[in-house]
Design a binder for this molecule. Structure first.
Ligand code: ATP
Length: 202
């Protein structure tokens, strides 16, 4: 029975903040594998955020983890129309991997809005959540929204005691649009892919 970390996000693009914290979380949680799940984005949002198409985000993720046997990418959310809901994604992943223990990885910046996730009570009741550190964000003492104190305790161990990387995809997209090279923030293969396909140039 494997312990599997599920890491969802837009990954637009995947960066070293995602990759380094994912590796550290694997060790900290004594887990065997991590599954990156890129989210679908509705077409009207794509332009607003200077986003890359789903196939590009997927391709960059695959390149970024190619040499890491503990990491994989699932296109499960890209096969469904946006928006995808975590509760549905977890049901599919659980069906496909019976016997595995799933743990959700969530950046601390996502916590204040956690109560808005579809069926968050059911998610917390069935799936532990491990929190990745992000500068300026703590686990709120009181659960947000209608989440009960008991369910909030399922947010295991508070924020993982792993190094913090202040890298953000929004800042990367902006920097690329200004012609900057970001070799410390992105894997080489992802940089090459961005240039080859002219991504984030707006
Ligand atoms: P954006 O800047 O566009 O919001 P992002 O860098 O936050 O993007 P996402 O793809 O939206 O990246 O994030 C996916 C998940 O990874 C979220 O749970 C987010 O909190 C987490 N995450 C993103 N960047 C980091 C980082 N530097 N360290 C730890 N977790 C991160």
């Amino acid at each position: 029975m494997a312990k599997l970390l599920i890491f969802g996000g837009t990954f637009d693009p995947v960066h070293n903040g995602h990759l380094q914290t994912a590796r550290a979380a694997l060790t900290a949680l004594n887990a065997q594998r991590i599954v990156f799940v890129p989210a679908n984005i509705s077409p009207h949002k794509l332009e607003r955020h200077n986003s890359a198409l789903p196939q590009h985000r997927l391709a960059m993720l695959r390149l970024a983890i190619a040499d890491d046997p503990g990491m994989e990418v699932s296109a499960v959310e890209l096969l469904r129309p946006a928006p995808s809901y975590t509760i549905d994604t977890l049901a599919i992943l659980r069906r496909d991997r019976p016997g595995d223990t799933l743990i959700l990885l969530v950046g601390a910046d996502q916590l204040p809005a956690l109560h808005t996730w579809k069926e968050i009570d059911a998610i917390l009741a069935s799936t532990p959540i491990a929190i990745l550190p992000r500068s300026g964000f703590n686990v709120p003492d009181l659960p947000p929204g209608n989440i009960t104190a008991d369910l909030w305790k399922k947010v295991i161990g508070g924020i993982l005691q792993i190094p913090e990387y202040s890298i953000s995809a929004t800042a990367i997209r902006r920097a690329v649009a200004h012609g900057q090279v970001l070799s410390e923030q992105l894997p080489q293969a992802v940089i090459a892919y961005i240039h080859k396909h002219g991504l984030y140039q707006q």
